[in-house]
Design a protein around this ligand. Structure first.
Ligand SMILES: [Zn+2]
Ligand SMILES: [Zn+2]
Length: 243
């Protein structure tokens, strides 16, 4: 399986970049995980959007769903131009009915996932963990039966991340704060908390994402390395992890 970072900023995208969005591919099946601001523009550098098979969303904050509306317009324009009727499924939770209903459009279909049960999507199986965040949000453990990826989405630190992330090959953490800062009230983690999960869960590789708009990001790496001896990297657009 192959994961490509499309957007890695928290809150809003800086110039020529996007907020949370990740492209997951295997055996010709492709799925976009979160669809933040700027994601649709940046995604087109890596993928024909009409070839997407699914979108799955962690929660309905704008830095994770801002481009769903324009994605719906893309489907409308491209289907009309090519006289096709390609429907794109968009998976989201149903804890917020109004937001969930907005996933359905002429050529997109909102499909709810049940966070208490695994979801089979193409060659992937998704399991979910409710995060600690101001709105309902679900982190994801994704496997193709061989390798695993854990994506924390947006969350404060909780012990539950350790069993959920156990022995995963790639852990993508919300790293919206530096070690000296406490992101708990905002519903985010700092560099130390992500690294602590990686160390305690015996994770192979740690990717720090949902990055802040202040400070020097490379400091996040140094901070994380004090708590986790494995490979630590900062997320950047075009970062590829593959097996
Ligand atoms: Zn959020
Ligand atoms: Zn966010």
């Amino acid at each position: 399986m192959k994961l490509t970072v499309i957007g890695y900023w928290g809150a809003y995208p800086e110039a020529e970049a996007a907020t949370s969005s990740y492209l997951l591919e295997k055996d010709g099946f492709s799925c976009l995980i979160d669809c933040g601001s700027g994601a649709l523009s940046r995604l087109q550098l890596y993928k024909n959007v009409m070839d997407l098979d699914a979108v799955i969303l962690s929660h309905y904050h704008n830095d994770h769903v801002a481009d769903v509306g324009v994605l719906q317009y893309l489907l409308l324009v491209q289907n009309t131009l090519h006289q096709t009727e390609r429907i794109l499924p968009i998976y989201g939770h149903r804890d917020d009915e109004q937001q969930f209903q907005s996933l359905s459009h002429q050529f997109t279909k909102g499909i709810s996932y049940d966070p208490s049960n695994p979801l089979e999507l193409g060659p992937f199986q998704f399991s979910f963990l409710k995060t600690i965040h101001p709105v309902p949000c679900y982190g994801m453990r994704i496997t193709d039966g061989d390798q695993t990826i854990v994506y924390t989405a947006d969350t404060s630190y909780q012990e539950e991340w350790i069993p959920f992330s156990q022995d995963t090959d790639l852990l993508i953490t919300d790293c919206n704060f530096y070690e000296s800062q406490d992101g708990t009230k905002a519903g985010h983690m700092n560099s130390r908390e992500g690294a602590t999960i990686a160390a305690k869960a015996n994770v192979q590789q740690l990717l720090l994402s949902h990055l802040p708009h202040f400070g020097e990001h490379k400091q996040l790496i140094n901070e994380a390395k004090a708590f986790y001896s494995g490979s630590v990297q900062l997320a950047y657009e075009g970062f590829v992890w593959s097996t």
